[in-house]
Write a protein that binds this ligand. Structure first.
Ligand SMILES: Cc1cc2nc3c(=O)[nH]c(=O)nc-3n(C[C@H](O)[C@H](O)[C@H](O)COP(=O)(O)OP(=O)(O)OC[C@H]3O[C@@H](n4cnc5c(N)ncnc54)[C@H](O)[C@@H]3O)c2cc1C
Length: 389
């Protein structure tokens, strides 16, 4: 079986590796370098925490568990996954109520979530200032953070070892059905890549790529600063603080970023995020990230922001994952999702299975057909409060 996977982000690279391990002949194509899309600008919190409705929660839980399983089994050590869980601290009434409701719901589903005392929080987060007036603190012990570049290195290594041909710096500019009934991807350099199945895993470019095959897949695209497709991420230089897990506070989300660096996210600040006009590391926005960081992690007093980016989400119109063959062009299989870092290992396994003729029941709620012309759906809003992204 011959397949073409378009897009070498965390999702496409995972699919390519699993397909080749099943014996398929695979070409993985990217217009840039692997990981140059949204996968390089992600908070990369691996979780199913606030993911609703239930089928979307189940999908993300499968992603979280796949990360744990694959990293435990990885011959290269599985160093892309930072375990130790996530601690969320609620101070005001609204956040406490939201967190308490989530805790109750997640506990019913046997998701590792436990209310903890100030003392326990201080043990888990020795260098974090846990506010005296915190009303509720929850430890989500199984949640994790990922280093997307290291995950990508892992799966690309597996893909190459299984025989995947990786073509970089070549844009796919056309898609069509072949005479034999499969598909063909037309590259900008004139090359034609045939595939029994063509898998589209181009993240936020999914709408454009599917349109090349005359297929309508609804994706949200950036229109105005702060819309749901965009968000800031700030990365510090190395700081001498002990932080081994994710922290969500009302003012700031913080996680380790490797080598003593910290990755910061503040959803309320995203209202000005504009990929055409990204503030510099000396900007007022960078200073605000640092002010919040010093409040949450006092030992980070010497921190500097070394990287400030606006990430652009791969966001299906209704916010939920798209995964499946396209009814009117069955040679085309489309995958697009927010939460792509959480989902990549599970999608890799599941999409490879479906391309090879199996059916993955967990994907049933996420088929592309829901976007047939004029179908009504609820557009997703921007994440602004803790636990939403
Ligand atoms: C601010 C922010 C925070 C986030 N936080 C989290 C989080 O905490 N947890 C989580 O799980 N997820 C999070 N995400 C989402 C996650 O990062 C993405 O869902 C994931 O990276 C998408 O990966 P992908 O492989 O689908 O897409 P991408 O990484 O964008 O890869 C798509 C690839 O397709 C290529 N491509 C596009 N068009 C073509 C073409 N015509 N021809 C050839 N190649 C093409 C691109 O060059 C690119 O490399 C966040 C995203 C943002 C922006």
């Amino acid at each position: 079986m011959q397949t073409v996977v378009i897009g070498a982000g965390v999702v496409g690279a995972s699919i390519a590796a699993r397909l080749a391990e099943r014996g398929a002949e695979v070409a993985l194509v990217d217009q840039g370098a692997p990981g140059g899309g949204t996968s390089s600008t992600s908070y990369a919190w691996v979780n199913a925490n606030g993911k609703e409705p239930r089928p979307y929660f189940d999908l993300n839980l499968a992603g979280l568990e796949a990360h744990h399983r694959l990293s435990a089994d990885a011959a290269d050590g599985g160093g892309w996954l930072g375990t130790g869980g996530h601690v969320e601290i609620a101070v005001d009434d609204a956040h406490r109520d939201h967190l308490a409701a989530r805790l109750a719901r997640l506990a019913e589903r046997d998701y590792a979530a436990e209310a903890i005392t100030h003392e326990r929080a201080a043990e888990l987060l020795p260098d974090v200032r846990v506010p005296d007036d915190a009303q509720l603190i929850v430890h989500f012990a199984r949640e994790a953070y990922a280093y997307p570049a290291l995950y990508l290195a892992h799966v690309l290594g597996q893909a190459r070892a299984a025989g995947v041909r990786v073509l970089t710096g070549v844009t796919v500019t056309g898609l069509r059905q072949s005479v034999a009934g499969g598909g063909e991807a037309l590259l900008v350099d004139g090359t034609v890549l045939p595939g029994d199945t063509i898998v589209s895993a181009v993240g936020r470019r999914t709408g454009e790529l599917a349109a090349l095959a005359g297929v309508d897949v609804s994706m949200q695209t950036f229109t105005t600063p702060g819309d749901p497709t965009v968000g800031y991420l700030a990365e510090t230089g190395p700081v001498p603080v002990r932080l081994g897990r994710l922290v969500t506070s009302p003012w700031l989300n913080v996680r380790p970023a490797g080598g003593g660096r910290l990755l910061l996210q503040a959803l309320d600040l995203d209202v000005t995020a504009d990929p055409r006009d990204v503030p510099g590391v000396g900007s007022a926005l960078a200073a605000e990230f640092l002010r919040r960081l010093r409040d949450v992690v006092p030992g980070a007093e010497g921190a500097r922001i070394e990287r400030l980016v606006v990430g652009q989400r791969a966001l299906p119109g209704d916010g939920r994952t798209i995964v499946g063959r396209v009814a009117q062009a069955p040679w085309l299989y489309v995958v697009a999702t927010h939460s792509g870092v959480t989902l990549a290992p599970y999608l890799g396994e599941g999409v490879a299975a479906e391309v090879c003729g199996e059916d993955v029941p967990a994907f049933a709620e996420f088929r592309p057909e829901r976007f047939v012309a004029d179908a009504a759906y609820e557009p997703v809003g921007a994440p602004r409060t803790p636990g939403e992204q």
